[in-house]
Design a binder for this molecule. Structure first.
Ligand SMILES: Cc1cc2nc3c(=O)[nH]c(=O)nc-3n(C[C@H](O)[C@H](O)[C@H](O)COP(=O)(O)OP(=O)(O)OC[C@H]3O[C@@H](n4cnc5c(N)ncnc54)[C@H](O)[C@@H]3O)c2cc1C
Length: 416
């Protein structure tokens, strides 16, 4: 019987396990790949750890720092092991694992779901045409180039301006591929501004907004695509079709939290984040089950992934010792869907004396605005922003809030 089992050995899972172990819990990390580190293992560019370590680390360097701590603390790890099912059994959980030795059931008092996220694929964005080879998600292309040493295409276009697509545009160009352009269906880029500058502008790779692929051509291999312009409702504008020949299409069209494990426990899932609904301890709707990192909501910075892992791990460990949550009451943190893409946590435990970190993304870019927290219709927190935009996750810290179950609390966005 473990106190805390962490599913996923990426930065979120390692941070969670470290905190749980430091709090005295018998802790295990289960990771399906051969090594800990998660997605960071293939992110060989720098830009990781600016907040946490005040340094520009590469992904593997950032992962290495955490892996060393996991080893120093002698945290048990099972790699090459896949968690296939989770079940509540009274006061503990049954975790079904599959590895080369076969199928086995483990037991734990608390669980941390740190499974990361998945990329949206061509099936989810409904592009016409045949299914030739040469169509890759940006993460797969990144894996092939950075870990396997293959160049998956020579003349490619990138669909979607998410951060991974921008980073892969630069990477493929550096490896000698001709990157014909990044095509984004929306009228503004989805990735971070720093990535637009460092990955596209610096390498003369054009970014085309309000354009998308309508058809992929090719029988065995991609030979070209039809590009069309779209209006403000993302509908194709007639007579704008343009054929571009290429041998590769790289998709960077969004990430979705990986939640098969959460769903097997019937954890409530947010329609906004597509990850579990949580309180400020990052506990889900199932007592004893915590979520963090990209499994909770898609983060743009790894530093915040580690931060959420620490919160989830520490609280999972406390839960394993005392089951403290069972008698608590919660208030919903209300927000307007027209202003915010999402807000995490969605629920606030009323008897909470520690700092509460609130992560959010706005729905549209807005300048000179104020984000306020209203409790019982009074402003208890206010922060001014010169600019907020959807690609950049924001984070605020609420100190020592004492809530009353009969009152309401909300996050609001307004003009200055
Ligand atoms: C291409 C790319 C570029 C990025 N660039 C930057 C950057 O420049 N700067 C920055 O700060 N951040 C960057 N990020 C963001 C940051 O790296 C990620 O948000 C972060 O690494 C996610 O960590 P995670 O632990 O939540 O998920 P992951 O790293 O995905 O880890 C999840 C782990 O769970 C395992 N797993 C999943 N399901 C199971 C299961 N059923 N059983 C066992 N194991 C399982 C997976 O194998 C994986 O190892 C980038 C992300 C990507 C994808």
């Amino acid at each position: 019987m473990y106190d805390v089992i962490v599913i996923g050995g990426g930065p979120a899972g390692m941070a969670a396990a470290i905190k749980a172990k430091q709090n005295g819990s018998k802790t295990l990390i289960i990771e399906r790949e051969k090594k800990l580190g998660g997605i960071l293992k293939q992110c060989i560019h720098d830009g990781f750890g600016l907040i946490k370590f005040k340094k520009q680390l590469t992904g593997p360097e950032y992962a290495q720092r955490y892996t060393e701590l996991v080893n120093e603390l002698k945290i048990e790890t099972m790699v090459n092991t896949y968690v296939s099912n989770l079940k509540v059994n009274g006061d503990f959980f049954e975790i079904t694992i599959v590895n080369r030795k076969g199928i086995k059931v483990l037991f734990s008092k608390a669980l941390v779901l740190a499974n990361g996220c998945r990329e949206r694929s061509v099936k989810q964005i409904f592009i016409d045409g045949t299914r030739p080879s040469g169509v890759f998600t940006a993460g797969t292309a990144q894996y092939l180039v950075n870990r396997k040493g293959y160049l998956p295409c020579k003349n490619c276009i990138i669909l979607g301006s998410g951060d991974i697509g921008l980073i892969m545009a630069r990477r493929l160009k550096l490896e000698g591929a001709n990157v014909l352009g990044v095509y984004e269906v929306k009228n503004s880029p989805s990735g971070l501004t720093r990535n637009i500058i460092q990955c596209l502008d610096d390498y003369n790779i054009p970014l085309y907004l309000s354009k998308t692929i309508s058809t992929i051509h090719g029988k065995n291999r991609v030979i070209g695509v039809d590009i069309v312009s779209v209006d403000e409702n993302l509908k194709e504008i007639p007579n704008t079709k343009e054929y571009i020949s290429c041998d590769g299409v790289i998709l960077s069209v969004g990430l979705i939290p990986e939640n098969e494990n959460a769903e097997s426990l019937n954890v409530s899932i947010s329609k906004n984040t597509k990850g579990p609904i949580v309180d400020q301890n990052l506990m889900t709707s199932i007592p004893g089950v915590f979520s963090c990192g990209n499994a909770l909501h898609v983060n743009d910075l790894v530093d915040y992934v580690s931060e959420s892992g620490e919160i989830a791990g520490l609280n999972a460990s406390k839960y394993a010792f005392s089951h403290y949550e069972n008698f608590d009451e919660f208030l919903n943190l209300e927000f307007n869907d027209n202003d915010f893409l999402y807000v995490v946590p969605q629920k606030l435990k009323i008897n909470f004396n520690e700092n509460t970190i609130i992560y959010f993304r706005v729905k549209e870019e807005i300048e000179n605005c104020v984000v306020r927290i209203l409790y019982d219709n009074k402003c208890i927190y206010e922060k001014k922003y010169n600019k907020v935009k959807p690609p950049e996750m924001e984070r605020i810290i609420l100190k020592n809030i004492k809530l009353d179950i009969t009152k309401s609390i909300s996050l609001n966005l307004g003009k200055e």
